[in-house]
Design a protein around this ligand. Structure first.
Ligand code: ATP
Ligand code: MG
Length: 558
């Protein structure tokens, strides 16, 4: 018996279809509409579609659903391609567009007309809505429903030729105006829109509707399993109706799964766009955005994203996944790979009164506590240092093992220091600490066996590199912003804090997009847009799980 994890229900269906010989090759597709940037929900769909393709030596298409001219932009197309590649997937030569099939789609529409399965309606949009009925009342037939095939064909061809204005006619499937499933009440197949398309220009003035174009594109590409989210369950009878009517060579099967929802965020391109329009964020790639571009800029590793959706699984049940699940995947990835460095986010000056004025010592700092292969780096140590403001407390509780008046603490990779004097400004704020260092306690080589309970990080003031560091928090204050009437009312006003930090000099050479751990503070990454060696801009990817427990543990063990 293998101890592989159980397959999700979709992989089980695919497995059975291969076992039974129903298919000998699996073909899937990821079909985004290029009307915005991809988000964390799409990550799931991408990993599922490309994942089952790869696992079964099958093929996966990246197909742009560009049936909505006007809303779609080349910028979005480029962003989507970049995002799918970044996640680690390759469509090879299978990049397609629904618009690639406009000719075939139109031919299929004529065939439906010829078999009496579609007709041209001339009711206005408002009338069509009225005739459609409601969930509780059946619809009624349009007076144009029984037009003859020749008339329909003639009208359709003239629609295509541009003889009519937008909305004058519409091509509809002839199914059942009394169906309990509203999707089957003679859905529209083609509407007139005198608007240029970004790929086909002015060739068309009629455009196919989503359901029609989507089903047939799947069939044309030989998709075996058309995987989509649960809201399309009610569309499946229509999907199958098209296939029954047109009998294409390949018959795809639609299977629905539940959407991935991430707590404290929203995932609809339209709503994400509202955040941009409302100046809540700086753009699609703002590091707080749940977009792939935002998460990449924030420093989330692609492997962590893939692991995250794997843990979420594929089911039919609605789920709201905790942010912590995503953050843990990121910590696990970066914990192994990210080198350690020191930075001080809220600097407080420490002067070592007994340290020679012009002396500089070079401390050897380990780049990773459990990976000696990552080596060490030089950290200059001098008379004036920066420490974290919160590592000093004037009125400290007994269990506070960091710096307090008269107290001692170890400077990591440095010496034990004692706080002798607290300097304040006119308003009573602490602006400097006068300390003395114990020369016998140098890390590694010191002769003293003195032990203290706290270890803190520091940066030599004379060597410090100033940097803008951005600390992020969740964008919303409630776990499910979609459940409130207006998500704009539950924004977290503190989702971004920018601090003037100081970095150890080794951080001068951080490459663009490189991630490091700032000891005790979290994982950080240079900002791909704004960072430069001269003016560093660094984003916090994620905090450490439990920085205090960890540092206290280290202190206890010497
Ligand atoms: P949005 O409302 O964000 O625009 P969408 O479903 O309209 O989402 P599409 O570009 O049409 O976005 O979606 C491409 C594919 O991604 C579809 O198959 C869709 O079902 C899937 N998808 C979208 N959102 C999610 C999600 N939250 N979880 C899983 N799959 C999703
Ligand atoms: Mg959409």
């Amino acid at each position: 018996m293998s101890d592989a994890p159980p397959r999700d229900f979709i992989r089980q269906i695919i497995f059975e279809d291969l076992e039974s010989g129903k298919h000998d090759e699996i073909v899937t597709r990821f079909p985004p509409e290029p009307n915005g940037y991809l988000h964390v929900g799409h990550v799931m769909s991408i990993c599922l579609n490309f994942g089952v393709g790869e696992e079964n030596d099958g093929r996966t298409f990246l197909r742009f659903d560009d049936t909505n001219p006007g809303k779609e932009k080349a910028e979005y197309v480029r962003a989507i391609e970049r995002d799918v590649h970044w996640l680690g997937f390759d469509w090879e030569d299978r990049l397609t567009h629904a618009s690639d099939y406009f000719d075939q789609l139109y031919d299929s529409a004529e065939r439906l007309v010829e078999t009496g399965a579609a007709y041209v309606d001339s009711l206005s949009a408002a009338e069509i809505r009225e005739y459609r009925g409601t969930l509780t009342a059946p619809g009624k037939n349009s007076p144009h429903r029984d037009r003859g095939v020749d008339e329909n064909l003639d009208l359709l061809r003239r629609m295509r030729a541009g003889e009519f204005k937008d909305g004058e006619h519409v091509l509809r499937a002839k199914i059942d105006m009394a169906s309990p499933n509203m999707n089957l009440r003679d859905p529209a197949l083609y509407r007139i829109r005198h608007i240029d398309h970004q790929r086909t220009g002015d060739k068309w003035c009629i455009y196919p509707m989503y359901d029609f174009a989507h089903t047939l594109s799947d069939a044309f590409e030989g998709i075996t399993h058309s995987l989509c989210t649960l809201e399309f369950e009610d569309h499946r009878p229509l999907y199958d109706w098209f296939l029954d009517q047109l009998k294409p060579e390949h018959r795809p099967r639609q299977i629905e799964f539940s959407r991935l929802n991430l707590a404290y965020t929203i995932t609809s391109k339209r709503n994400l766009n509202a955040l941009i329009e409302g100046d809540v964020v700086s753009g699609w790639d703002d590091p707080r955005m749940p977009t792939i571009a935002g998460m990449r800029r924030r420093g989330y590793p692609a492997a962590a994203m893939r692991e995250f959706v794997k843990r979420g699984g594929v089911t039919k049940k609605d789920k709201l996944i905790e942010m912590g699940v995503l953050e843990n995947c990121i910590r696990e990835q970066l914990g192994e790979s990210a080198e350690r460095r020191m930075a001080v986010l809220h600097p407080l000056k420490v002067v070592l009164t007994n340290y020679p004025d012009d002396q500089v010592e070079i401390m050897q700092a380990m780049n990773h506590p459990n990976r000696p292969d990552l080596g060490t780096r030089d950290m200059p140590f001098s008379r004036e240092l920066w420490i974290e403001r919160e590592d000093f407390l004037e009125e400290a509780p007994r269990k506070f093992f960091r710096l307090k008046p008269g107290g001692e603490v170890r400077l990591r990779f440095g010496y034990i220091i004692r706080c002798d004097e607290v300097i304040k400004n006119d308003t009573g704020n602490v602006i400097e600490l006068r300390c003395s260092y114990d020369p016998d306690t140098r890390s590694g080589t010191g002769t003293s066996d003195k032990k203290v309970k706290g270890t803190i990080h520091w940066v030599s003031a004379a060597h410090a590199v100033p940097a803008k560091v951005r600390l992020y928090d969740r964008l919303f204050t409630v776990p499910d912003p979609n459940s409130v009437d207006d998500f704009m009312t539950v924004l977290n006003p503190d989702s971004l804090e920018t601090v003037d930090a100081v970095l150890e000099p080794a951080l001068k050479t951080l490459a663009a997009g490189q991630s490091v751990q700032f000891e005790r503070l979290g994982y950080f990454c240079t900002d791909s847009e704004e960072h430069s060696a001269e003016a560093p801009v660094i984003n916090r990817i994620v905090t450490l799980r439990d920085s205090w427990a960890k540092i206290e543990r280290q202190a206890m063990s010497g």
